[in-house]
Design a protein around this ligand. Structure first.
Ligand code: ATP
Ligand code: MG
Length: 508
């Protein structure tokens, strides 16, 4: 593992001006683990204004006493390097930000305000006179420049915790979590990213202080939660969040699935089924969207459950799950396009496919609803759903057959998305033919034509569609509305207003 020259040059410059300067925090931890650091942080006893003087291409972030130094690097992780002046822990009235930034005199003091022992180490990088390749005895970090690492500063035994694989708060865990409640989430995140255990006292302090999470901005919770979900151990993360009482703080909807039994088709309770589905999706390295859809796809089951025991039913649970998923993701301030995709997957996770019964037209209709760009992920969600139910085979014959069929149908459509856009006639053409003004009738006509074309793509020819428009134009608006409604029912299972009725019934 190499320390980039941009970093070494900054440290060298600070040292030449008689300041102390060290690599610190996550990058030291990752170097010791022989992992590529995500970003590089430098700590120094130089004051922000002194740092700025030395690096004219820099910006001072007052809130954290951090100077951002710009480099010429093309790598995004190296474009701006954070240099932070030694700091003390301030008072945290809001459990989030220290009230005032107080500078510290020593490196040890700075390290003592950091969250976990494995993040509270510094690395002194010095200059060596002769050029050589050096392999450090304890770290196996190789340097191919004149720089070497003389020592690691580790006052809280972070190296031992790295070896023993422990996430342990620096100092008194109660106080650490009370100062900054984001650390509650960070503990779980590091446990998942590194596959470490949380030390007992630290774990207990998280359980006790979990309610403090309410002081943390949803965006910051979202970022840590996303990092947990993106690890290969996402499902363990969910279990840890649950055991530490954090889950009920920010996704109480998931907590409500605990202990909810299903019916004769299911081995597991709803909660176990959901985390097992996520487990599979994360092991397969599926997208964040598929992972979150796997975790949330049956959230509506507790609300829709009717009857008990082997015959319990969950009619319309996917509609309720979709609405609940949208509420959770909106609350956590996920970007709109992610919310739309995840809710779409949840909404259609129960699509029916039987090679002997399902027609090509039905698949074209599914494509209209889901969009061909999302079909692969819908199939992945279905796989995760199956495995998470305890089925041994993820991709059974049916699902493989389905994907094969989809591919064939997309080819037949010459790459065109099955939607109103694929029609060889548009609203303007219809207005010309019928002399109608813009209004609902145009929409009805287009939907009816699309439905016919979905049934039989051969009909997607301008002449035919013109002729058919003239025929349909003889019908009244009311009759067309009826036909449109029928067409919609055919490809939408339930009309939007029926969905709304269901949402109202279950208060979602
Ligand atoms: P990552 O690999 O995600 O970058 P990291 O440990 O480097 O992990 P950063 O958020 O980049 O995390 O923070 C850098 C360092 O700053 C941490 O290693 C830790 O020493 C300190 N730190 C960050 N956030 C906190 C916090 N909330 N409380 C205390 N120390 C923190
Ligand atoms: Mg970092």
């Amino acid at each position: 593992m190499k320390i980039p020259k941009e970093i070494l040059e900054i440290i060298d410059k600070l040292q030449k001006a008689n300041f102390e300067a060290y690599l610190v925090g996550g990058c030291v931890r990752d170097l010791l683990l022989k992992k590529q650091p995500k970003d590089w942080d430098i700590t120094t006893n130089a004051r922000p204004e002194e740092i700025q003087k030395m690096f004219p291409e820099s910006v001072y972030e007052n809130e954290f006493a951090t100077v951002l130094v710009k480099t010429n690097s093309k790598l995004s992780a190296l474009k701006t390097i954070e240099i932070t002046t030694f700091r003390q822990e301030g008072k945290y009235t809001d459990k989030r930000h220290p009230d005032t930034i107080k500078f510290a005199q020593t490196l040890e003091e700075d390290l003592s305000r950091r969250d976990f022992t494995i993040n509270a180490m510094a690395m002194e990088v010095g200059i060596r006179n002769q050029e050589s390749k050096v392999k450090e005895k304890n770290t196996s970090i190789i340097h191919d420049s004149k720089f070497i690492i003389p020592r690691i500063i580790d006052p809280f035994n972070g190296q031992e915790d790295l070896k023993e694989k422990f996430i342990r708060a620096v100092g008194n865990p109660q106080e650490r979590f009370q100062e900054d409640a984001l650390r509650l989430m960070r503990a779980i995140r590091f446990a998942c990213e590194l596959n470490f255990q949380i030390a007992t006292e630290t774990f207990k302090a998280i359980q006790k202080n979990a309610p403090l999470l309410k002081f943390i901005a949803q965006e910051r919770i979202r970022d840590e939660f996303t990092k947990i979900i993106e690890t290969p151990r996402a499902s363990q993360g969910i279990l840890l969040l649950q055991q530490t009482n954090l889950l009920s703080q920010f996704i109480p909807e998931l907590e409500k699935t605990i202990g909810v039994t299903q019916n004769k088709h299911h081995l597991y309770t709803v909660f176990e089924h959901l985390w097992r589905s996520l487990e599979y999706a994360s092991q397969k390295n599926y997208s964040l969207e598929v992972r979150l859809a796997s975790l949330f796809h049956d959230l509506g089951k507790p609300k829709t459950k009717e009857g008990e025991g082997t015959n319990a039913t969950f009619y319309n649970h996917e509609i309720v799950s979709t609405q609940m998923t949208r509420q959770i993701l909106t609350r956590l301030k996920f970007p709109t396009e992610k919310i739309n995709k995840i809710t779409l997957l949840v909404r259609y996770h129960g699509f029916v496919y039987d090679p002997e019964i399902t027609t090509d037209a039905a698949i074209r209709r599914l494509l209209v609803k889901v969009g061909s760009q999302n079909i692969q992920e819908l199939a992945q969600l279905r796989e995760a759903d199956r495995i998470g139910s305890g089925c041994p085979k993820a991709l059974p014959f049916r699902l493989r057959h389905f994907l094969f069929k989809v591919e064939k149908i997309i080819k037949q459509l010459e790459g065109k998305e099955p939607s109103l856009k694929m029609l060889k006639i548009n609203g303007n053409d219809i207005m010309k033919i019928t002399k109608l003004k813009p209004g609902p009738k145009i929409g009805f006509l287009l939907n009816i034509l699309l439905e016919e074309v979905l049934d039989d793509p051969q009909k997607n020819k301008k002449d035919y569609l013109k002729k058919r428009t003239q025929e349909l134009n003889h019908l009244s608006e009311k009759e067309l509305q009826q036909m449109d409604k029928k067409a919609k029912i055919k490809y939408q299972n339930l009309l939007a207003n029926e969905e709304n009725k269901i949402k109202r019934k279950y208060k979602v």
